[in-house]
Design a binder for this molecule. Structure first.
Ligand SMILES: CC(C)(COP(=O)(O)OP(=O)(O)OC[C@H]1O[C@@H](n2cnc3c(N)ncnc32)[C@H](O)[C@@H]1OP(=O)(O)O)[C@@H](O)C(=O)NCCC(=O)NCCS
Length: 166
């Protein structure tokens, strides 16, 4: 598999829209079903300050996306990055998430000098929890009834990875 990671480009919006249209991607994230491609075009065209958005490509086709949100204008949160990610439904379980997360952690550790990475993940999202644990993320707590999904409330773990133990 010819897997590469690069920064997202505005022209990737149709592929990113396709990733977040998949039922599994919707299930695992805070996205709504039936996402608008125009919303993704605008999001990629006008990214917020501090967002480092990466994509995974196989043979040039974008099949995974990871957003690393940072806080350059908030001095006391400058050491923090927040992660959200999804791999296209038909590419899950093939190592793409691992490659994306490894690239984001390298960026955070070696270039952005972030010492705390944090994220929220549904407690029943076993593949995602295992992926994050593989990279040293620890469960810090549980947000009860954190989101509404397919007719029911669902809890989320708050997970974080510290570059150096306190
Ligand atoms: C969660 C997600 C990003 C992981 O990406 P992926 O490409 O599927 O993950 P990988 O193939 O790199 O596997 C990573 C690890 O997850 C675990 N894993 C993968 N598939 C699994 C499955 N079906 N069941 C249990 N664990 C699984 C394994 O521990 C694996 O590591 P290993 O192969 O070294 O043992 C992807 O499944 C996804 O996009 N899901 C839908 C959206 C989502 O849940 N996003 C996360 C929001 S917090």
């Amino acid at each position: 598999m010819n897997l590469t990671i690069r920064r997202v480009e505005p022209s990737d919006y149709a592929a990113v829209h396709k990733i977040f249209s998949g039922p599994q991607a919707v299930w695992g994230t805070l996205q709504l079903p039936f996402p608008s491609s125009e919303m993704w075009r605008q999001r990629l065209a006008e990214p917020p300050e501090g967002l480092h958005s990466l994509v995974a490509c196989v043979d040039g086709e974008v099949i995974g996306q990871l957003g690393l949100h940072t806080f350059p204008s908030r001095p006391r949160r400058r050491h923090v990055g927040q992660i959200g990610m999804a791999v296209r439904d038909d590419w899950q379980g093939k190592g793409v998430g691992t490659a994306l997360l490894q690239a984001a952690i390298d960026l955070a550790d070696k270039w952005l000098n972030l010492s705390r990475l944090e994220l929220e993940v549904y407690t029943d999202n076993e593949p995602a929890v295992k992926l994050y644990q593989k990279f040293g993320f620890k469960i810090e707590g549980t947000a009860v009834q954190h989101a509404f999904r397919a007719g029911q409330f669902v809890d989320s773990y708050l997970m974080a990875r510290l570059r150096q133990a306190p």
